[in-house]
Design a binder for this molecule. Structure first.
Ligand SMILES: [Zn+2]
Length: 389
């Protein structure tokens, strides 16, 4: 069924040197800085030598409008912290403000992570590489007409559309703790994209969709697969769920795979409540890689910054089939806190909601204010749902 790779797997890696410098704002759990940390680790482990490294293309408004409405993208391009008081109505219409704040360079940020995913898809189309990696991408909640769950532009949908120019069918697999609702919604009516999402479901957990009975509609009926899971899912139960389901989804004869690797499904995530180890999370990546079909690997959620960086670095090494030492390499001041831990050092027996929070040193004040307002066992299911808890 699957065609085989050439002798060696060619991997492209996209990293924009500015993408980690954007800030959602003090106290906001989404920290683009995790992308620079991941990249520093990738460099310090020497993994860049084994792949083609690109400073990615920046997506234009036109690229974004292949999925999103022109009004919405036009608004994202125009709004800034200085002029947002003139956009009261639009902020409301497009769900921009609280969870998806207006921050300096918002459109530039979207243009960078989206451009990288799009270029990955283009390279797969033209057989320039077999695997493309964009840890800055994977913003799966963004909708056609609005922002959602820290996501503004849906780079996944836009790059799947690009892939469909050359591939009859695409398989999308999402292992973020949150349901991949934006991608599911975009392809709900078509049999050309099969979406498979593993996520926490229930108790108002964000975004509230992803029930097992959501299976697609019209031509897309049964081309949408949801695996709702409960708190505390660990490596064994995840593997037991992922392997058979993805294998049967593989019979769909996808000719390319998109893998959203949200790292908020790891144990100890600031917003998550699963209990995967970095090794267990990586097993999903290895499993999907074993299909040996063109693969676009994307980031996504992930709110305990140092674990995100370790996870995605480890997964880069898996994709390259390079073993890396468990001891983190020395990497200067910016990574000083990473040196305190080893790459796989996530306590696998500790549920994230049973620990005390671990604020980022750079924003400790703001983080403490945020976490103090939340009871120990009444943590919000997600930042987005804090009003409900
Ligand atoms: Zn998530």
């Amino acid at each position: 069924v699957f065609f085989t790779f050439k002798m060696s797997i060619r991997t492209s890696y996209f990293y924009d040197p500015d993408v980690g410098n954007f800030h959602y704002g003090a106290g906001h759990p989404m920290k683009p800085h995790r992308l620079s940390l991941t990249h520093s680790l990738v460099l310090h482990y020497g993994l860049y030598k084994k792949m083609m490294v690109f400073k990615p293309y920046k997506a234009s408004q036109h690229d974004m409008c292949r999925f999103h409405s022109e009004d919405y993208i036009d608004f994202l391009q125009k709004v800034s912290p200085n002029n947002m008081q003139g956009f009261t109505k639009s902020l409301n219409t497009f769900n921009v403000g609280d969870d998806c704040p207006v921050f300096p360079g918002l459109f530039e940020f979207c243009s960078r992570y989206t451009g990288a995913s799009l270029q990955g898809a283009t390279q797969l189309n033209h057989k320039i590489c077999d695997i493309a990696i964009n840890w800055a991408g994977g913003l799966h909640h963004a909708k056609k007409f609005e922002a959602s769950g820290f996501c503004y532009v849906n780079d996944i949908v836009i790059s799947i559309l690009e892939l469909l120019k050359y591939h009859p069918r695409v398989l999308y697999i999402d292992i973020d703790i949150h349901h991949g609702d934006g991608v599911q919604e975009a392809f709900y009516l078509t049999d050309r994209v099969m979406t498979v999402s593993f996520h926490k479901y229930g108790n108002y957990f964000f975004p509230g969709t992803g029930d097992m009975y959501e299976v697609g509609a019209e031509s897309g009926r049964y081309y949408c697969l949801n695996v709702p899971l409960r708190d505390g899912i660990d490596d064994q139960s995840e593997a037991a769920a992922v392997c058979p389901i993805v294998l049967s989804a593989g019979r769909f004869e996808g000719r390319a795979v998109f893998l959203q690797c949200g790292a908020d499904s790891l144990g100890c995530d600031r917003l998550g409540c699963f209990n995967l180890s970095i090794r267990g999370h990586g097993e999903c990546v290895e499993f999907v890689k074993s299909f040996k079909i063109p693969l676009l690997v994307l980031g996504g959620g992930g709110y305990t910054v140092r674990n995100v960086a370790r996870c995605w670095t480890y997964e880069t090494s898996l994709l390259l089939e390079e073993s890396i030492s468990d001891e983190l390499p020395y990497s200067g001041e910016t990574l000083h806190f990473l040196l305190l831990v080893q790459i796989h050092d996530v306590p696998s027996d500790m549920l994230s909601y049973e620990r005390t929070d671990d604020p980022d040193p750079d924003e400790r004040g703001a983080e403490e204010n945020y976490t103090r307002s939340v009871g120990r066992h009444k943590r919000p299911s997600c930042f987005t749902c804090r009003i409900e808890s």
